[in-house]
Design a protein around this ligand. Structure first.
Ligand SMILES: *Cc1c(COP(=O)(O)O)cnc(C)c1O
Length: 424
């Protein structure tokens, strides 16, 4: 079957034809290609068309598609261990690998997705502090847990407004929203509610309003606010972990969060998440402590094997991160030069191998308000032109372009060549 007939039939059996909304390409108003296979930096649809993949499964495929070592680990594990719901050595090996290579993680708990990691981390923070309120930043995405599905209007809101139907007002009444990169508002919130704030959760390099890195000073001040009020600082590194640097954004900024969440790259492309951090906090988790969190599939052997193969390969090859930075820079510079030559106004935000081309007159996009001003119609035209010419990008202005270790000069230059053919 061709792309269109598969997608049409899918819509009869799955809402919108998809299992996760953004895959439906609604923002760019076309039907998505149906992807059949991938290798390295390339993916192929059901009609055999080849694309250079700049989405990487929304982040996980940092080693490229079907990396030999990851495939081998999955295959060999599947021969003898699919699932036990019992302790295994594989989960020890992955946990130990992370705790011994990442400074801010002393203990870790595996779960099955980023959503599960962040909602569990917040529950743990609440259980540990005995407080209810959490601070979240406009434009940051922490998964589809009710307490996070709050959109921000302008300025600070002490009462959340649901960003989704089906979210009772009651479940977001303890979520306080404030602007990203705005420490003054955060200070006001702490002044008013500090004693009730269990945790601040933040993407230290935001990727879900497009890429918007935090200012270092802002994060440092958040760290000291949390210290002052004995609230926990949670870095949501589901996207940035093992990507912007092996040890994540915490390493780039040299700031220690109390808890950190991972997913995406952690599972090497299989469903996985984790949260970890200070031992004294993690010991509040059941069965040691009173905070209950469990999972039938958590620590699944095949997932652990894929994650371990991925992380050890990344850890043992620091040159990948050098190349990821170089390729990221090559793409950023190339895009800026071409846009300038065509008179297209863009702001390119980048952190290592994740970047967003914002179609905007602003020179810098520093928060959700800035991001929302972008010309999404223009992004849509750009997206369609790129897709038609074999460059697979996120189908939304507010997502990140991801490179993998398999993206070389050839792939970056092809991107630039196609971009250069866009009618301005
Ligand atoms: C993707 C993402 C999540 C949600 O992870 P899922 O595995 O999709 O549930 C949470 N936080 C951040 C920063 C993410 O990028």
């Amino acid at each position: 079957m061709g792309n269109l007939s598969i997608f049409e039939e899918s819509q009869e059996y799955m809402p919108g034809g998809v299992n996760s909304p953004v895959r439906a390409f609604k923002e760019v108003l076309i039907n998505p290609p149906i992807i059949k296979k991938g290798k390295g930096a390339y993916i192929y649809d059901e009609e055999g068309k080849e694309y250079i993949d700049f989405v990487g499964a929304w982040g996980p495929m940092l080693l490229g598609h079907c990396d030999e070592e990851v495939v081998k680990a999955i295959r060999e594990t599947a021969e003898e261990a699919i699932s036990f719901g019992a302790p295994t050595e594989l989960e020890l090996r992955l946990a130990k690998h992370i705790c011994t290579t990442v400074d801010n993680v002393e203990m870790i708990r595996m779960v099955n997705s980023g959503t599960e990691a962040t909602m569990s981390a917040v529950k743990l923070a609440r259980g540990f502090t005995g407080r209810d309120k959490i601070v979240k930043f406009a434009g940051c995405y922490h998964g589809h847990f009710e307490g996070f599905l709050v959109s921000a209007g302008s300025g600070v809101m002490t009462e959340g407004i649901p960003g989704s139907a089906g979210v009772p007002q009651d479940s977001i009444k303890n979520t306080i929203i404030t602007e990203y990169n705005d420490i003054d508002n955060a200070k006001k919130i702490f002044k008013a509610h500090g004693e009730a704030i269990a945790a601040v959760i933040i993407e230290p390099v935001a990727g879900n309003m497009g890429v918007v890195p935090a200012d270092k000073e802002f994060l440092l001040e958040l760290r000291s606010l949390c210290n002052e009020y004995k609230s926990l600082l949670i870095f949501d590194e589901v996207m940035s972990g093992f990507r912007v640097a092996y040890k994540g954004a915490a390493d780039i900024y040299n700031i220690k969060p109390d808890l950190v969440t991972y997913a995406k790259i952690l599972g090497g492309g299989l469903p996985c998440g984790a949260y970890g951090g200070r031992k004294d906090i993690m010991k509040h988790l059941s069965p040691l402590g009173p905070v209950y969190q469990a999972g039938t599939m958590s620590g699944n052997p095949i997932v652990m094997a894929a994650g371990l193969a991925t992380l050890t390969k990344l850890y043992n090859n620091p040159e990948y991160y050098v190349s990821l930075e170089e390729m990221g820079e090559r793409l950023e510079k190339g895009v800026k030069a071409i846009a300038a030559s065509k008179g297209i106004s863009v702001a390119v935000n980048r952190c290592g191998p994740m970047l967003t081309i914002f179609f905007t007159d602003l020179h810098r996009v520093k928060n959700y308000e800035d991001a929302k001003q972008c010309d999404t119609k223009r992004y849509g035209r750009f997206f369609k032109h790129m897709l038609k010419n074999g460059i697979y990008l996120p189908p939304s202005q507010f997502e990140a372009i991801f490179l993998s270790a398999k993206h070389g000069k050839q792939e970056i230059d092809r991107f630039l060549e196609v971009f250069n053919e866009l009618d301005a």
